[in-house]
Design a protein around this ligand. Structure first.
Ligand code: NAD
Length: 474
């Protein structure tokens, strides 16, 4: 059985109390590895290493830091096959998805921030009496906490800007999917990242995760995960007035207007509903379709759903397994309750028996109003609802009628409508006639219960630094 130990000061170290958690292969239900459950003592050791490393790393020139991160990006690409296999095994996602999305995007994250830091410009303000410039100083040792759905991709999205700006990091990947984070330690050493600059502590969120959040020497927390956890982290960090960035859940609407390119809208809405088994915070789980094309959209959508293949992640499939038994049960329970409330199951609606894995059929529901549970709560699985609308205003009201506000998708060929509706969406991101397109320079994050703060581009560089104004008399 594999063992994933903590990565502290450039070395793999067992947890101080020798306690490990099981790591399960979602496609078979078998425990295939054990992961360290880090303790307070491990956190203290990592902090000591990180604090020592900080003076050196923050003193590196920007070009030196950039070069190391570029090298790390190269190494991720060179090890793409092994990393993708690990990611697929750990999460249950199709190997093809891990190979084409997760791992390439993880490399892209390092490359982007390695380049962004070199191109970042400081502001200067002059008036008749003074000259002002702004320093962006690294914070020190920061904590990065990430979820299980896109493990390396989301971990790298946080640690790349933190490291690029000169901080040292203690990362806490999801204990459900620790494999690629564990592999990253070795690649960081190979890239020449000095010992102690990046430390990775594994283990239970409520234990080591929370200790990271509350430790007074951790200067900031960048968190991606569920809204419930985010709320708790926000409260705990708030007590210490600690800088915090929260990227949380979503219940994203897709608005399909009658004047859209229907073929594209159907095809992309399929992807936005079911990619990664619907386990992406950006998935569109509520599809609002203008009445005039509702039946046509529905028939074409269902025809495509019928062709989706669910199976072992290593095979040529569209959907793999859900991440855990507990998650499978959660998704099943949501669908059962929706059916109990009168939903019509147009496709799927049940777990699939493939060995002992955690598989769920791609599911399409209709017949419930926008206010019911399944249209309000984040299911985070391969479940989508179809809802007709008659007027643009009605669609906007329903789309905005949840506590979440991460992403929205608008399908229309009418440019004026596209701008008008996009601006009315209560969400951090709006895709018009596309989905999951990411330009890493753009701000990324949610409103309402989907989060606080923004990641991406200059926003991330600013989050991980403290701005200092220097004012000089002329
Ligand atoms: P989660 O909140 O259960 O866990 C996320 C991470 O937080 C894990 O590493 C976990 O160990 C840790 N954690 C748990 N409790 C903690 C605590 N009390 N203190 C500190 N850390 C703690 O989320 P999950 O189930 O791993 O991920 C799924 C959720 O993540 C979904 O809601 C999804 O929408 C969200 N998500 C959001 C984004 C985004 O960018 N907005 C991206 C991906 C996933």
């Amino acid at each position: 059985m594999k063992t994933f130990d903590n990565f502290i000061g450039g070395e793999f170290l067992p947890p101080s109390q020798d306690e490990y958690l099981p790591v399960v292969d979602p496609a078979t239900g078998d425990t295939y590895a054990q992961v360290a459950n880090a303790t307070s003592e491990d956190l203290e050791t990592a902090l000591a290493k990180a604090e020592t490393a900080f003076a050196d790393w923050s003193g590196h020139s920007i070009e030196e830091r950039s070069r190391v991160l570029m090298k790390l990006a190269d190494l991720i690409e060179e090890n793409l096959t092994a990393l993708a296999e690990a990611e697929s095994l750990d999460t249950g996602k199709p190997l093809s998805l891990a190979s084409t999305v997760d791992i390439p995007r993880a490399a892209a994250n390092f490359r982007f921030f390695a380049s962004a830091i070199v191109n970042d410009a400081s502001q200067m303000h002059a008036n008749e009496r003074t000259l002002n410039y702004t320093l962006h100083k690294p914070l020190g040792v920061v904590g990065c906490i990430s979820p299980w759905n896109l493990p390396l991709y989301l971990l790298s999205w946080k640690i790349a800007p933190a490291l690029a700006t000169g901080n040292c990091v203690i990362a806490k990947p999801s204990e459900v999917t620790p494999y690629t984070a564990w592999m990253l330690g070795d690649l960081a050493n190979q890239a020449g990242l000095p010992a102690g600059v990046l430390n990775i502590l594994h283990g239970a969120g409520a234990e080591i995760g929370e200790r990271l959040v509350t430790h007074p020497k951790i200067k900031a927390i960048s968190f991606t995960g569920g809204t419930h956890t985010g709320r708790r982290i926000g409260r705990l960090a708030g007590e210490q007035l600690k800088k915090v960035s929260l990227e949380l859940g979503g219940k994203n609407p897709v608005l399909v207007f009658a004047d859209c390119d229907l073929e594209q809208a159907v095809r992309t809405s399929m992807r936005s509903a079911f990619t990664n088994q619907g386990e992406i915070c950006l998935c569109g789980s509520r599809i609002f379709v203008e009445s005039g094309i509702y039946e046509e959209f529905k028939q074409e959508f269902l025809q495509k759903v019928a062709h989706l293949e669910v199976g072992l992640p290593s095979a040529d499939v569209d959907l793999g397994a859900l991440v855990s038994r507990a998650h499978l049960e959660k998704v099943s329970a949501y669908v059962s309750r929706a059916v109990g409330q009168g939903a019509t199951v147009l496709a799927g609606g049940m777990p699939l028996q493939i060995g002992n894995g955690f598989f769920y059929a791609p599911t399409v529901l209709e017949g419930l109003d926008a206010g019911c549970e399944i249209n309000q709560q984040e299911v985070f699985g391969p479940v989508v609802t179809l809802i007709p609308f008659d007027a643009e205003e009605e669609a906007i009201q329903m789309a905005n009628g949840t506590n979440y506000g991460l992403a929205a998708v608008v399908w229309t060929e009418n440019l004026k409508r596209a701008h008008r509706v996009a601006a009315r969406m209560e969400s951090g991101i709006v895709w018009v006639n596309c989905w999951m397109e990411r330009d890493l320079r753009t701000p990324f994050g949610g409103v309402k219960l989907s989060g606080v703060g923004r990641e991406g581009g200059v926003e991330a560089l600013r989050f991980f630094t403290e701005a200092q104004n220097i004012c000089i008399r002329r």
